[in-house]
Design a protein around this ligand. Structure first.
Ligand SMILES: O=C(O)[C@H]1O[C@H](OP(=O)(O)OP(=O)(O)OC[C@H]2O[C@@H](n3ccc(=O)[nH]c3=O)[C@H](O)[C@@H]2O)[C@H](O)[C@@H](O)[C@H]1O
Length: 431
């Protein structure tokens, strides 16, 4: 005798008894049987989908756990310790791009004077990541903790603001380099546009909102030929995608200042150089090639004119960053709502004395005591501009900005660092 359960939910059609009762009953049974089969199939499919989805989320969270190097009690403790302020009236600063060239120097300077600093860097491989790791070790040894993560990771940014009520953000993370923008345009959009917006979104919602100082670029002057470049000059003719993304950053930050009351200062850096610098930049790659006996390529402008840059030494840039942080004023909003007007500023940070690129090579030759093999070619249409020259009167007025290192002196310090970092000091014939 089949159980009631077996009658209602026959496990297979073969078990279905058709000889027990009348046709109505049979039809009822048949109808019920096919419905229940469908129901079972539906249940099965739902279960299958659910287990697929939960497997996917396990894989996702698993891979995040394995690949992400953030989160957990120990990690939060490191972040908090690093953000600790050790002077009265000090600030706690989130430095993005902390393992970068400018980021490392600014983080060290802030830490040295007693401010709290937490670094963020994605350690991408645009240039040798081992140099970034070495900078991180330097920062660690001075008590600066650098979180490994991307600017576009909104969860990570939100977590950082959960753990620390940052008073300031020094935003230096970016895809740098003028000419590389032709090779990898999307990396500029990813970091300089999308990453910037992600950061601003988190900052605008933070309570309290931090004041933001960030790296724009001298490249925004583009085809402007009025010298020296003043912040009041036109910047609507970028010559490269890099410049265009930095200019876009200036407009984007303006809207966040206007709508949400975020205090914003954009800094137009002029070709920054110095120890722990960027290997993709001319002074660095020229040094490497000269020492290795390889030729260097020098671009020449229209009518065989030499290109020139307002090369600015890193210590002068650090002074400009700290001066900007100290005078940033407060953001006015909280929880995404503006409570009043906040400062919006843009400053040139340059040396105010441009040097022709061949002269830069002459100086390197003297410091390295090696002759360069120069290969001079016409400037390719790669986004370069013929010259840059900063007018720094705005920064002078705002916080007494005054660069003090000329190219000769700054390159001497760079070369000394280069030779020691790459182990040349132990080799014969060099310094
Ligand atoms: O101020 C900025 O906002 C930018 O500064 C920097 O850009 P640039 O001023 O272009 O510096 P950099 O590449 O060192 O070339 C220097 C000179 O050497 C010439 N140059 C370069 C390479 C080469 O092989 N030959 C050559 O002649 C070249 O034509 C140029 O005249 C940063 O990289 C950039 O990220 C951004 O911050």
């Amino acid at each position: 005798m089949p159980s009631l359960e077996e009658e209602l939910f026959p496990s297979t059609p073969g078990k279905f008894k058709i000889d027990r009762g009348q046709s109505m009953n049979r039809q009822f049974h048949r109808y019920f049987a096919s419905t229940s089969t469908m129901f079972l199939w539906a249940l099965f499919l739902i279960a299958l989908t659910a287990s697929y989805l939960s497997f996917q989320s396990f894989v996702d969270s698993g891979s995040r756990c394995f690949s992400a190097s953030w989160g957990g009690i120990q990690w939060e403790k490191q972040v908090r310790n690093s953000a600790q302020i050790h002077r009265s009236g000090g600030m706690s600063v989130l430095v993005t791009g902390a393992a970068g060239f400018v980021g490392t120097h600014v983080s060290l300077a802030l830490k040295k004077r007693g401010d709290g600093v937490v670094g963020l860097d994605n350690f991408n491989n645009y240039y040798d990541p081992s140099l970034k790791r070495a900078r991180r070790s330097l920062l660690n040894s001075h008590g600066v903790f650098v979180v490994e993560g991307d600017l576009n990771d909104v969860k990570l940014l939100a977590k950082l603001f959960d753990v620390v009520a940052f008073t300031h953000v020094m935003h230096l993370a970016a895809q740098a380099g003028v000419r590389y923008a032709m090779e990898n345009p999307n990396s500029y959009v990813h970091s300089n546009i999308a990453g910037l917006v992600t950061l601003l979104e988190v900052c605008k919602s933070a309570n309290p909102q931090p004041a933001i100082v960030w790296a724009s670029s001298s490249s925004v002057y583009g085809l402007n030929d009025k010298v020296p470049f003043s912040e009041a000059d036109r910047t609507d003719q970028p010559a490269s995608l890099y410049a265009a993304t930095k200019k876009a950053g200036e407009e984007i930050t303006h809207t966040y200042n206007h709508i949400y009351g975020l205090s914003i200062t954009g800094l137009r850096f002029f070709t920054v150089y110095g120890p722990w610098g960027r290997p993709d930049m001319a002074y660095f790659s020229f040094t490497r090639n000269i020492l290795q006996g390889k030729p260097i390529t020098l671009y020449r402008g229209k009518n065989r004119a030499d290109l020139a840059r307002d090369f600015t030494y890193i210590d002068d840039i650090v002074k400009g960053c700290l001066g900007s942080l100290d005078t940033s004023g407060k953001s006015t909003g909280s929880g995404g709502k503006k409570k009043g007007n906040a400062p919006y500023r843009i400053f040139n940070l340059g040396n105010t004395s441009p040097v022709k690129v061949p002269e830069l090579v002459n100086i390197l030759e003297r410091h390295l005591k090696v002759k360069a093999k120069r290969n001079i070619i016409d400037m390719p249409g790669n986004g370069d501009v013929p010259f840059t020259h900063a007018n720094i009167s705005y920064a002078q007025r705002a916080f007494g900005y005054k660069p003090t290192t000329d190219l000769q002196t700054g390159l001497k310090k760079f070369v000394r660092w280069y030779l020691s970092y790459y182990g040349y000091n132990n080799r014969k014939g060099l310094q």
